[in-house]
Design a binder for this molecule. Structure first.
Ligand SMILES: [Zn+2]
Length: 287
């Protein structure tokens, strides 16, 4: 009887402790779930998304190398996040150029653009189809960064509100305005775990943005977009004459510089051909 009384008491006791215990376990489970959801970037591919030959560097570097030609790289960056899937940072110049061996001349810039391979072909080379890309984040809406969006009808395009408003005011839209857009304003920790952080870096265009990526082995990398064009422009804080705001452009470079120091990050300058050429390109990747 004594045993059965003790059992009864212990059962009643368990009943009284039940709600508290449930809360405790719910908290443990929540913490566990949060940990499981906090992902990481496990792969970053650099994809050749075009290149250009320009007749006069001084258009991008005022007062420097007047009349001296310079070549541009143009990369897209495919980022795989362990719980969010694939994010494409910029989509490069239109894939249509791959069929034009002479490229396309842009007289206003004295620049001729080429594509050696298509973005879709590069994605196929790593086993992906367009519908595998869940997000596209655009540094800005210029054609060498925002081509090919129509090839990704399922992807959400992440863009600064100021950039989208700027795009809407242009006579020629960079892509179909009906595309699924997520407008953001300012810096944005995209997946809430610090692994992919949009940095607002206006100046080249009104809503220009750059990207801070945390890789497990490589460490932090800042993908510039066109916050800066060449290493020498970075070293001397040069601002192209056609940027929409010179003061903002300089402030954005200073912001990036501060973040490079805080995160001990590498600076990957998109159009700087010598440093771009030295980087691993898809199908190789950074971890
Ligand atoms: Zn550009």
């Amino acid at each position: 009887m004594a045993t059965s009384t003790a059992s009864a008491r212990s059962i009643r006791g368990a009943g009284r402790e039940g709600p508290l215990r449930s809360v405790f376990w719910a908290m443990i489970l929540l913490v566990g779930a949060a940990t499981a959801e906090a992902g990481e970037v496990d792969r970053l591919y650099v994809i050749d998304c075009g290149w250009a030959h320009a007749l006069d560097q001084s258009r991008w570097s005022p007062g420097v190398n007047d009349g001296v030609p310079i070549d541009f790289s143009d990369n897209c960056y495919l980022i795989h996040h362990s719980s969010e899937g694939y994010l494409l940072w910029d989509t490069g110049i239109t894939d249509r150029l791959a069929a034009l061996p002479e490229g396309v001349n842009v007289p206003a810039l004295g620049q001729t653009w080429h594509r050696t391979q298509t973005l879709l072909g590069s994605l196929a080379g790593v086993g992906l189809k367009p519908s595998d890309v869940r997000y596209i984040a655009l540094s800005h809406i210029h054609p060498d960064h925002a081509g090919n969006i129509g090839e990704f009808p399922d992807a959400i395009v992440i863009i600064q509100k100021a950039e989208w408003e700027y795009a809407q005011a242009l006579p020629q839209k960079p892509f179909n305005p009906e595309h699924h857009i997520r407008e953001i304003a300012g810096d944005n920790d995209l997946f809430g775990d610090g692994s992919v952080v949009i940095l607002s870096t206006p100046g080249h265009t009104p809503g220009h943005q750059s990207l801070l990526v945390r890789l497990q082995k490589t460490g932090y990398v800042v993908l510039t977009g066109d916050a800066v064009h060449f290493q020498s422009n970075w070293d001397n804080r040069r601002v192209p004459g056609f940027n929409t705001d010179k003061g903002q452009s300089v402030a954005s470079m200073e912001k990036i510089s501060r973040i490079l120091g805080e995160k001990r990050a590498q600076l990957w300058i998109n159009h700087d051909k010598p440093s771009s050429d030295a980087r691993l390109h898809a199908p190789k990747f950074y971890e």
